[in-house]
Design a protein. Sequence first.
Length: 553
Amino acid sequence: QRSLLRLLSCPGTVAADLRREEQFSGSAETGSEDRTPKKRFSEVQEERREQAQRTVLIHCPNKISEKRFLQYLSQHGPVNSHFFYESFGLYAVVEFCQKESVASLQSVTRMPGLGSEAAVPFRSRYFNLKLRNPLNQAAEQSSVHCSHQSSPSSKKLFELLCCAESVDDQLTALLKTFQLTEENTRLRYLTCSLIEDIAAAYFPGCAVRPFGSSVNSFGKLGCDLDMFLALDEIGNFSAQKTSGNFLMEFQVKNVPSERIVTQKILSVIGECLDHFGPGCVGVQKILNARCPLVRFSHQASGFQCDLTTNNRIALKSSELLYLYGALDSRVRALVFSIRCWARAHSLTSSIPGAWITNFSLTMMVIFFLQRRSPPILPTLDSLKSLADAEDKCIIEGHNCTFVHDLNRIKPSENTESLELLLKEFFEYFGNFAFNKNSINIRQGREQNKPESSPLHIQNPFETSLNISKNVSQSQLQKFVELARESAWILHQEDKECRSSNQPWGLATLLLPSVTNNISFVKKRKKPASERIKNLLESIKSSSTENSTDTNGK
Ligand code: GTP
Ligand code: MG
């Protein structure tokens, strides 16, 4: 009982702070007054990382007495928080108040005796709980509450969307349903931390950090876990020492290029994960890619992981997206809807190829929001002009400087509704001159395309690169046609009554094929893309004549 008391009196650290933060964030209403007082990206990363280092992952029997489980663990020190989840078995994530508790727990664990098989003696923070006397505890064992780690079925999603009161509510509901939960985020940081333990066997003092949609605030439940191995933090490696007689030979042997260093490091870490990494399966070394990586499945967490190294610019891009996502509550709601829409129509795919990526789609939404009048998001150049000395950042010769303090950025005066923005997004890109213009969030305006790829989206930091170079003409055409059809459907719906038992608004747009949905707006023949464009124009001009604008609802 004493240990339970200790558990309760433990001061909440990160968890409590983050919950408080959630209370602030409110709903995705429009306007500037609801800006979330969010922490800086680097603060969140550091806090989460430290929290993950105090956390363990435990594979439990299917039925367990939660009370006894916590009593047992708190012998090693007070527990700050815990949750259970299912992923081919029951797992618990337990966060201790102090890091020493993890070592204490490790000191009493034993290596499994596997009979004919042999165990590799690697001490991880991923345990397997075997009850000695399951029968003695049977009376107390019960099914524990499990937090969900995956997105809802499409049936549930449609029910949710059809019950909403307005298109704005639909977008907000979609965001709330698909965004990463607090537990899922913790599990992502914990997984990185467990991989870091393995990498640290080769490179003591290294860090494995999550990036991409796990941390940029645009992640959907079930998205992959992008992580990168940071070696430049070891012993202030980047602080160039110019004096002294000793040159440290702690790096890999001299090799002809940075790329080969990256490949060598990933090659050994990949081998290590494959042979010794607890729960790491299906390890693939993809070392000849433009950005070499090791791909694997982390079985216990259920995450598909992509491990890279030497990838600081990608972390910076994640930080930039995080900032844009935090500036105005409409940003995330719109990005989520567009990402879901693109997925529903197979415009994006989990297989690499000629498809548009979620990263490119997010850039398109940011660009569109910079083009509104008044703008909803500032350009990257204006974020750079607000930066101070502390924000200055040059990576591999690229200027990645932008302001990090959200409070220094003036809120937008634009009050357009999500419904209007969704409609206008489709119209904007349904009519965009992709053949001659490039999308550029640094300047927030179209520019002449510097090369002939069908879709050109300038990489915000490596400005000579196109992040959508892979997109084929036919994929771009498909995007344009679907955007026009979706704009047309939303315009048609304006004029019709919404029925609660038929998909409407966002739900119509997410049905697998828009072509099939034309019947919902009482058209039998599939209208050709050009005809939709003309129809849209006629609807628009008549609505301007009749002054029935939906703006500012
Ligand atoms: P998901 O589809 O939800 O995984 O979105 P994501 O943003 O995580 O995208 P992805 O896993 O494909 O890539 C991870 C991160 O790598 C992105 O967030 C970007 O920071 C970066 N990235 C992806 N594609 C490119 C690219 O073409 N160029 C550059 N410079 N960075 C990229
Ligand atoms: Mg990703």
